[in-house]
Design a protein around this ligand. Structure first.
Ligand SMILES: N[C@@H](CCC(=O)N[C@@H](CS)C(=O)NCC(=O)O)C(=O)O
Length: 283
């Protein structure tokens, strides 16, 4: 294995849940990521599913709480779960809040002076990490999918929309659908991309990117809990995604789930459906 260090390994559903660390060239710091290696990887290259987590998460939240490994084992998918931001870069203000800086990279490549050296999560997820996975695991990179939760749901949508063809399918749980119009997104984009450059903001907004998407057909699956406190606070704006998809002819299945909240309990409940969705395009 080149350039990555195994931090942990646990046998699970016939495969292995592992965590690796490495020195990221994009982020210029040490990063960790989780990899579930399904039993099928012993006999040949397998498809890859990338998972992007939400605010405050590390690579651990998905690994320990989503219950996804059983479905990855069933379908034979390698599942990669990176951290949500650079860590320990000693940038002034990095640790001041839970919705900006550490744990809140927002999957953008920052352009503001203070952040632009390290906060390059878009390039990390779509370029550096896929290269590392291809170099170190028995995978078929042409068969990649991406999914995520909340800030990571936003990340999954924009990664798929900005890189036509790189991901065969995309899905999300409670994604931040329209960050340029919600408080979390406005705070993050102001900080990372600058207050005045609204055109740059649009390059990281799923509702804006859908308007100009011109790649292979994408069928988006979204689950959203109706009892999600961040839905009521206007952070997620799923209706805006449905409208943007309708206007652009991009198919989206938006499932509003009665009584479910924003947590991993909600996601674990519907995780199997998301893996079945990706299996339609990866197998
Ligand atoms: N910072 C708030 C909320 C943060 C939050 O809900 N984060 C979501 C993603 S937006 C999450 O996945 N948290 C970690 C977990 O539930 O394991 C808190 O800690 O109460």
């Amino acid at each position: 294995m080149a350039d990555i260090t195994q931090e942990s390994a646990n046998k699970m559903f016939g495969g292995w849940q592992k965590v690796f660390s490495h020195d990221s060239k994009e982020l210029k710091c040490k990063m960790k990521f989780g990899v579930y290696i399904p039993p099928q990887a012993e006999s040949g290259p397998v498809p890859i599913v990338y998972w992007l987590s939400g605010l405050t998460c590390t690579e651990q939240n998905f690994v320990t709480k989503a219950g996804a490994q059983q479905y990855a084992a069933k379908h034979g998918f390698l599942v990669v779960a990176p951290d949500t931001s650079p860590r320990g870069c000693n940038i002034e203000g990095e640790e001041d809040g839970w919705d900006f800086g550490t744990g809140a990279g927002f999957y953008v490549d920052a352009t503001e002076e203070k952040w632009k050296l390290n906060y390059r999560m878009c390039s990390y997820v779509t370029k550096e990490l896929p290269q590392i996975i291809a170099a170190n695991f028995k995978v078929d990179s042409d068969k990649s999918a991406i999914m995520g939760h909340s800030m990571g749901g936003h990340g999954a949508l924009i990664c798929a929309l900005k890189n036509p063809g790189q991901y065969k399918s995309v899905s999300a749980f409670a994604p931040i659908c329209n960050p340029i119009n919600c408080p979390w997104g406005v705070k993050a984009f102001t900080g990372y991309l600058g207050e005045s450059n609204k055109e740059a903001w649009k390059e990281y907004d799923a509702c804006e990117l859908i308007k100009k998407y011109n790649g292979p057909p994408l069928e988006i699956l979204v689950d959203q809990g109706k009892a999600d406190n961040f839905l009521t606070q206007g952070q997620l704006l799923p209706d805006n995604l449905v409208s943007a998809c309708a206007a652009s002819g991009v198919p989206v299945v938006m499932r509003m789930q009665e009584d479910y909240d924003h947590s991993y309990f909600f996601m674990a409940t519907f995780m199997e459906d998301h893996f079945n969705h990706h299996a339609k395009f990866l197998n």
